[in-house]
Design a protein. Structure first.
Length: 295
């Protein structure tokens, strides 16, 4: 590609060396970004399959309002989620129902309603009593999202949605309880699993700033999925470290409306001069402009 566009021929070894140099240039800002995430009031976590050489691995992400970080690990266990959030994280965690997140108490979790809607669609597809329960749950889910969208758009107060969600919660839990004995084994199992974390479905109602879905993390990790499909992962731990660093840089700069190429250029030039790279964290001035009401 470089040879076609610019007449520049770069060998595979040179490319690997350039990746390593770039990774080293942004190492401190990336470390600071990882330290920033556990200090935030809410984090959205997700993971997807990866390959590191011949070993199975996973690409993990933790998304906050202005900073997103990635790691590649050979494990899909809770220890990686705990690594991302730190030992003293006291914010709210938004995830799917994967068992790696059960270490966090349910009152501090928000389980993704988008995943619940997929479960509901599967219930409907199974037919019979499962279909009846699924269709009734679908009605409740639509009402829930209608209220949430109004809160997000600023046309409904958080306190109002908290009050209006109580009948929905009672009906959802009644239907899930009925689903445990509906006669369709897969639906019965899903209903039991959902009810085990029933408190975690409603955290967004009690706490402003927590969303009912994990869509933020799923959107953030999508480029990693495309990367894996195109290159089949990485060939070494060094390659995985580069993926972590560059994806953290790109995903963090985007919501701050900062140019990625400009940032990487300045970071590499600073390293050549023996100086530190610019921070990835949002500046106090930028944050102040975000929260300041329009004149």
């Amino acid at each position: 590609m470089l040879e076609d566009l610019f007449g520049v021929s770069i060998g595979v070894g040179t490319m690997a060396n350039l990746e390593h140099a770039t990774m080293q240039a942004v190492a401190e800002p990336v470390a600071a970004a990882r330290a920033y995430v556990p200090q935030q009031p809410a984090a959205y976590l997700d993971e997807t399959g990866w390959r590191e050489g011949r070993r199975r691995a996973w690409l993990w992400t933790a998304v906050t309002a202005y900073v997103t970080v990635f790691v590649v690990r050979l494990s899909r266990r809770a220890t990686v989620a705990q690594e991302l959030l730190g030992e003293r994280f006291w914010g709210y965690v938004v995830t799917d129902r994967w068992s790696a997140y059960t270490w966090d108490p349910t009152w501090r979790r928000q389980v993704c309603w988008a995943h619940l809607r997929r479960d509901i669609e599967a219930m409907i597809a199974r037919g019979g009593r499962s279909r009846e329960i699924g269709e009734a749950l679908q009605v409740q889910a639509r009402q829930m999202f209608h209220g949430w969208h109004r809160v997000r758009d600023g046309t409904l107060a958080q306190a109002s949605v908290a009050h209006s969600r109580r009948p929905i919660r009672r009906e959802v839990e009644r239907l899930l309880d009925a689903g445990q004995t509906c006669g369709v084994p897969k639906t019965e199992g899903v209903c039991r699993a959902i009810l085990k974390v029933r408190q975690a479905w409603w955290t967004f109602v009690r706490h402003a700033g927590v969303e009912p879905t994990n869509n933020a993390a799923e959107r953030a990790i999508r480029p990693g999925v495309l990367w894996r499909q195109g290159s089949f992962g990485t060939q070494s731990p060094d390659g995985s470290r580069f993926v972590e660093a560059i994806m953290t840089v790109v995903a963090t700069l985007k919501p701050q409306h900062r140019n990625v190429l400009d940032y990487l250029t300045v970071a590499c030039e600073a390293t050549l001069r023996g100086e530190g790279a610019p921070s990835l964290l949002p500046s106090p001035t930028w944050l102040d402009q975000r929260v300041r009401p329009a004149a």
